[in-house]
Ligand binder design. Structure first.
Ligand SMILES: Nc1ncnc2c1ncn2[C@@H]1O[C@H](COP(=O)(O)OP(=O)(O)OP(=O)(O)O)[C@@H](O)[C@H]1O
Length: 330
């Protein structure tokens, strides 16, 4: 890496490295003029379009809502693009590890509620975040310590064509963007991302918090290839994924999988399912039958994947979706 500047824009003095990703290194920094502590993201200027500049443009359109980081400055400093952001606290990944790899149901619901509202806001502004994962959710500091912030808009995309005022067309054949562990199945399959993909990633993340794992992750965090993860994800049954957690998560997962490419999600429905978990007794967690795997990849013409036959039973309801019921009862 090139020599890192001592100061950026004459006023932001660089401190320690607080994080890094594939494009940039994030430093804590101190604004010597107003004594403010900030986060400063440095990306080396290269030929391809700047991810940090892209992130800055998106944040400028989104900022103003709780859960979206404020931008304080963007510009060039020697051979770097520099983005100055409000300083945030630990990531959900760090908190999860510090908490012994388990969050309580109440905590998961609270985080889920906040992130769902924030994603709805991002989607209303015609964007798909594209990389929802625990490392990209930071808690605020001080009086915002209970507020979850979504960060890293480096691969965020607009799904709206401003010229034609249309949803971007269904498109197939892209490479996987985002992080394989939490990517939607359609993302693995190269389908143009939409709202549904952010919601599917959010659901995997919430389930991961409750379980401490997902069927396609190894216990020793071995780095598996995207194709191995896809194979395992596509073969996993709902029972594998949602074992021992409230049945509402089964409904949420099935709902996110069933969304069509350009369909507007019903966020209120998802909020109410999350809230229903509060009243769920633990006995209900296991009372479902699932025939899996529950997913079939899209066809060669770029048709979206579809739910395979499955049956879900719980104490109160019997829900059929093309059901041919054989399977195991838990
Ligand atoms: N505003 C902030 N306040 C505090 N820490 C931050 C802030 N922004 C980023 N970080 C830290 O820096 C890390 C890397 O940031 P970020 O994910 O934005 O970088 P990236 O290069 O775009 O990553 P990726 O490779 O995932 O796209 C985060 O996981 C987080 O720990």
């Amino acid at each position: 890496m090139n020599k890192v500047p001592v100061r950026v824009d004459g006023r932001f003095r660089l401190g320690d490295v607080i994080g890094s990703g594939s494009y940039a290194i994030v430093y804590s920094a101190w604004n010597i003029i107003n004594d403010d502590h900030v986060a400063l993201k440095l990306e080396t200027i290269v030929n391809h379009p700047s991810s940090v500049e892209h992130e800055y443009c998106i944040l400028k359109k989104l900022e103003g809502r709780i859960g979206i980081p404020h931008t304080l400055w963007f510009g060039r400093e020697s051979v770097y693009h520099a983005l100055v952001l409000e300083l945030l606290g630990p990531s959900l990944h760090q908190l999860f590890l510090a908490n012994g790899r388990k969050f309580s149901l109440l905590h998961v619901m609270n985080i889920g509620d906040q992130l769902l509202s924030c994603l709805e806001y991002i989607h209303l502004h015609n964007y798909v975040h594209g990389n929802i994962k625990l490392q990209n959710i930071l808690m605020g500091l001080w009086n915002l310590r209970h507020t979850a912030f979504i960060i890293d808009f480096g691969i965020t995309k607009s799904y709206w064509n401003a010229k034609t005022s249309d949803h971007v067309p269904f498109h197939h054949g892209q490479s996987l963007s985002g992080t394989p562990a939490f990517a939607s199945i359609n993302n693995h399959l190269g389908v143009e991302p939409g709202h549904r993909d952010d919601l599917e990633s959010l659901t995997y993340m919430l389930i991961y918090f409750l379980h401490g794992s997902l069927p396609w992750l190894t216990s020793d965090n071995e780095k598996l290839s995207g194709s191995t993860i896809l194979e395992c994800k596509a073969c996993a049954t709902i029972a594998d994924i949602c074992q021992d957690i409230p049945v509402e998560f089964v409904t949420i997962l099935i709902y996110t999988h069933s969304l069509a490419f350009a369909e507007d999600p019903n966020y209120d429905h998802l909020h109410s399912l999350l809230h229903e978990c509060k009243t769920v007794s633990k006995d209900r967690y296991r009372l479902y039958v699932v025939v899996g795997p529950f997913w079939s990849p899209g066809g060669a013409q770029g048709a979206p994947g579809k739910l395979l036959p499955w049956v879900l039973l719980d104490m109160c309801h019997v829900t059929h979706c093309n059901a041919h019921a054989t399977g195991t009862v838990w």
